[in-house]
Design a protein around this ligand. Structure first.
Ligand code: GLN
Length: 304
């Protein structure tokens, strides 16, 4: 497969594509990002990689981080995490409070905000220094020690994080939060603030395409069974109330973030990251989704 030729076609086809939408103004630091950024990077499991545009520029990974923290919670929290968070699609926006009351404070899945806040709580209980541990994990799987939290983005979100503050306190009132709400929010806003490029993200996500093993060094950092299960949750819950649409159009497990990034995985083949900051009303990058739809259409390959 000539992936570079296919990526070149995608870049050219979408050069003048106007996705509409807007950058997320509820996190003021993210509202400053130029809307016309566009890049893509694909890593095959043999290390060959292909790219275009702003693929090397770092951006805020936001909810894509929820996949990393879930991988760590599965490793350190074991099966008991599934007593505190479910694995069903929510059909609601990522920051919704609606289902929590009816469902006794058990979030529908680990990729909506409520679910990821519970995962953060689990990591704080299980790990000595969870912020450092998470960063080390991301650096290891990306094979890049320069990856950092963006303190400005984390602080900006904390100042305007009313919804997440409400979510964590509400779940605490329903008995599904163990630690101090401020500690959980500090961890969660930091995980979302991690700055990575499409190149770094695609490399990191190889573990989900490669049965839990890192690119080239082939080190097993999570179990093959974990990779399988996390891919399944990405497939059904990675795009909130647009998970069906992404699955229908792209046909791969994936995860988006309000920083405009999307990562998708074709198990056994490749992982790919795309970045375009304008978000549709569901909070997903419209041009990013279009680029991935083109990728699976032009290659004729998806998991289906
Ligand atoms: N940090 C963002 C929030 O909690 C993450 C949301 C997202 O990327 N969908 O609102």
């Amino acid at each position: 497969m000539d992936y570079q030729a296919i990526l070149n076609v995608i870049e050219k086809e979408l050069e003048h594509f106007d996705p509409g939408g807007k950058v997320p103004d509820y996190i003021p630091e993210l509202a400053k990002i130029p809307a016309d950024k566009f890049g893509m990077h694909l890593y095959c499991l043999d290390g060959k990689n292909f790219s275009f545009g702003d693929h090397d520029e770092r951006f805020s990974i936001q909810s894509i981080s929820k996949v990393f923290t879930l991988a760590l919670a599965k490793k350190h929290g074991g099966k008991k995490i599934w007593k505190r968070v479910d694995v069903e699609p929510s059909g609601d926006p990522f920051n919704s409070l609606l289902q929590l009351e009816k469902e006794n404070g058990i979030p529908r899945n680990p990729f909506i905000n409520a679910g990821s806040l519970v995962i953060a709580d689990i990591l704080i209980s299980e790990l000595e220094n969870p912020k450092e541990y998470l960063l080390d994990f991301v650096r290891e799987i990306s094979d890049d020690p320069t990856i950092e939290y963006d303190e400005k983005v984390a602080a900006s979100e904390y100042q305007h994080g009313y919804r997440n503050i409400a979510l964590v306190n509400y779940m605490k009132s329903l008995g599904n939060i163990e630690n101090d709400a401020d500690d959980i929010l500090d961890f969660y806003f930091h995980q979302c603030s991690i700055a990575m490029s499409c190149c770094q993200l695609a490399k990191a996500f190889v573990i989900f395409a490669n049965e839990g093993k890192t690119l080239i060094t082939n080190k097993k950092v999570i179990g093959a069974n974990s990779a399988k299960r996390i891919n399944a949750i990405m497939q059904t819950c990675g795009f909130y109330d647009e998970a069906g649409e992404f699955s229908f159009r792209v046909g791969l497990p994936g995860k988006s973030g309000v920083g405009g990034g999307i990562v998708a995985v074709h198990p056994g083949q490749y992982s790919v990251a795309v970045w375009s900051p304008l978000l549709n009303e569901k909070g997903n990058s419209e041009k990013g989704m279009k680029a991935l739809e083109e990728l699976t259409s032009l290659t004729g390959l998806s998991i289906f």
